[in-house]
Design a protein around this ligand. Structure first.
Ligand code: UDP
Ligand code: MG
Length: 317
């Protein structure tokens, strides 16, 4: 069986079209289920989902108790999916469902992770494409896990890949990096990314930065190493300055001068120390988050779709 997982956060206008396109793509592929995770929507998405589930027993709905964020919603969907292969797709139709048969074909050829690589990104701002490009380049440089560039969360995972992800307990989830990390046989397939079907992106700039921070600090200790190197260089620099001041004090006459250089050194050191503390603090904060061992998400209810025309969808609290 093939499972398709999509996170849904305030996508009410997209749901019917998403359901239609997913169903028509998946039907020829054999048995399938569609797991839609409502990530605390407040626009009536849940009721629309219930309507869809009332007449389609391929649907499985998971409603989280509040908005936990995209990556947590994906984790909830992966945990609820029961297929032998699980396709993760955005709920806004930016990832065309018609690519799924290609992903499935690669899986049938023996690949465990088949990620879809974006050729073109339609309907996205120039700034968004540029910042994504800079980010993926930077990430590639400073991590030892190769994270494919231009691949979002649209991908297929085999059962053992899904189980491997479920074993990774970290709270700060950057699933793109985590699926690269697990290894097995991985491959990419190119596709053109569409514009959103309806609504606006839920990734504001702060949220994008948050994801970038999660990605960097979960997959790289380079910032901490850089801080250490910087500290070391500054110690050498300060020793030199100290030598110079001693020389001026004991071997020349103009020892009262130097206010500017003193202030400059104080400011420089103060700034670097604060920056370094900030970077180290980032990692400490993450250690704190991880040690709390909170669940990634809480499920409010799970509804399995039903094909019976009069039947209410089956609810499980
Ligand atoms: N999403 C979610 N929870 C959130 C934010 C987004 O489940 O807190 C879903 C959203 O409904 C969409 C997918 O994650 O299906 C990708 O979000 P979006 O399209 O806003 O991101 P972008 O494509 O702009 O990166
Ligand atoms: Mg989107």
């Amino acid at each position: 069986m093939i499972s398709v997982v999509a996170p849904i956060y305030n996508e009410v206008d997209t749901l019917a079209e998403l359901h239609r396109r997913l169903s028509s793509t998946l039907q020829p592929l054999g048995p399938y289920e569609v797991v839609l995770v409502d990530d605390g929507s407040s626009d009536g998405s849940w009721n629309r989902l219930l309507e869809l589930a009332a007449s389609d027993n391929h649907l499985r709905l998971v409603r989280l108790s509040r908005n936990f964020g995209h990556q947590a919603a994906l984790s909830a969907g992966l945990d609820a999916a029961r297929g032998d292969a699980v396709v993760v797709i955005d709920g806004d139709l930016q990832d065309p469902p018609e690519v799924i048969p290609d992903l499935v074909a690669a899986w049938r050829d023996g690949y465990d992770v088949v990620y879809a690589v974006r050729n073109e990104r339609e309907g996205e701002t120039w700034a968004r494409v540029a910042s994504a490009s800079v980010f993926y380049r930077l990430l590639q440089r400073i991590t030892s896990t190769p994270i494919p560039r231009n691949a979002g969360d649209f991908r297929l995972l085999s059962r053992r890949a899904v189980d491997a992800l479920a074993q990774m307990p970290e709270r700060a989830r950057f699933l793109r990096g985590m699926t690269s990390w697990i290894g097995f046989r991985q491959t990419g397939i190119a596709y053109d990314r569409d514009a959103r079907y309806a609504g606006a992106s839920k990734y504001s700039l702060p949220r994008q930065l948050g994801l970038a921070l999660d990605a960097i600090s979960s997959f790289s200790t380079t910032p901490i190493k850089a801080v250490t190197a910087l500290g070391f260089a500054l110690v050498v620099f300060c020793m030199a300055v100290l030598g110079w001041t001693l020389y001026v004090r004991f071997f020349t006459a103009d020892s009262v001068q130097g206010w500017t250089s003193v202030i400059a050194v104080v400011l420089l050191l103060g700034g670097v120390q604060l920056l370094s503390l900030g970077v180290i603090g980032q990692y400490v904060a993450r250690i704190f988050d991880e040690t709390k061992q909170r669940p990634l998400y809480l499920v409010d209810e799970v509804v399995d779709g039903s094909a019976a025309s009069n039947g209410e969808p089956q609810r499980r609290g």
